[in-house]
Design a protein around this ligand. Structure first.
Ligand code: ADP
Length: 297
């Protein structure tokens, strides 16, 4: 395991209990941390990169105790925060050069080689002369990854990286992360977007209200939702009733009524046929069963 988290709690000074007894084993490769806004993902990320202390618990990263060996751990980590910004005065290559200098690369020639190679590998070499704050959203995220990777960390932590990206840039960014994870780097990818997880992560955790609701592979999460997704054919008047009783995933006009997909252990009072789940369904299934929203009447 590259990272081991035991009994982690975080209570903010205002009393918000943001993390409640988190236990996680994070293997090498790409690890997905999925959960709605407010689940506690950023809190966990900030603790892992030693920007904030937990209220209690232990974190071990590649054999180092996070609380006792912060300096060693910082050198093992790269971090791309959610609200990563660039200074207006830096061109793309200058920014990366600056990040490289900060990480202690003092030899100018070696630094230039490393910066050029990194720009090439994240697909920004051709725009290296452009001011960093003038790059497109997707390019900025890729530059963000480049600065997190420039000192060859063993772990990189990426917080909500695809928010606001168009589909093409999102796919390109995911492919970049997959390529990085194949180079023996552990990536912790925090996201509220289910699609970010499915294709690339072998292992994942689902967080909700400061707790781990699921830990395992995306495939196993999917399996647990088998037989819990239903397709119901209803008329317009019934829509309100179905929506009240069951978590509705999609509503498609069909003939004079609607074809509705819902998740539930069982459906009563409607003619329902089972539907094969995808990860989005499984996510809703977990969230809803954790929130105890089921009604069976
Ligand atoms: P996520 O990243 O999953 O959206 P966060 O870690 O940002 O979740 O937030 C988890 C919980 O902690 C939320 O209820 C949020 O309101 C609360 N929280 C986050 N930061 C602070 C803070 N600085 N002070 C008090 N409460 C906070």
């Amino acid at each position: 395991m590259s990272i081991s988290i035991k009994g982690l709690n975080k209570v903010y000074p205002n009393g918000n209990h943001a993390l409640k007894d988190i236990n996680l084993e994070i293997p090498t490769g790409m690890f997905g941390l999925l959960g709605p806004n407010g689940a506690g993902k950023s809190t966990l990320m900030r603790i892992l990169v030693a920007l904030m202390e937990p209220s209690s618990g232990e974190v071990n990263i590649f054999g180092h105790d996070l609380l006792k060996e912060r300096q060693e751990i910082r050198s093992l980590l790269g971090y791309l925060p959610q609200d990563f910004r660039f200074f207006a005065k830096y061109k793309t290559y200058e920014f990366l050069d600056y990040a490289a200098r900060l990480s202690g690369m003092n030899n100018r020639r070696k630094r230039k080689e490393a910066v050029d190679a990194m720009l090439e590998s994240v697909g920004l070499f051709d725009v290296r002369e452009r001011y960093a704050n003038k790059l497109s959203g997707g390019m900025k995220r890729r530059l963000g990854i480049a600065q997190a990777l420039i000192h060859n960390p063993k772990v990189i932590i990426v917080d909500e990286p695809t928010t606001g990206l168009d589909p093409e840039e999102r796919i390109r960014f995911r492919n970049l992360l997959t390529a990085v994870s194949e180079q023996d780097v552990t990536i912790i990818l925090s996201t509220h977007i289910v699609g970010d997880i499915s294709s690339s992560c072998k292992c994942m955790a689902l967080m909700n209200k400061g707790e781990v609701a699921y830990y395992g592979s995306p495939e196993d999460m999917l399996k647990q939702a088998e037989g819990k997704v239903w397709r119901i054919q209803i008329n317009g008047d019934q829509l309100h009733d179905v929506d009240k009783k069951y978590p509705v995933i999609s509503t498609i006009p069909s003939g004079t009524g609607w074809e509705v997909q819902v998740v539930a252990d069982e459906i009563k009072g409607y003619d329902a046929e089972p539907f094969p789940p995808n990860l989005e369904h499984a996510y809703v299934y977990y969230m809803e069963s954790k929130l105890n929203r089921w009604t069976n009447d």
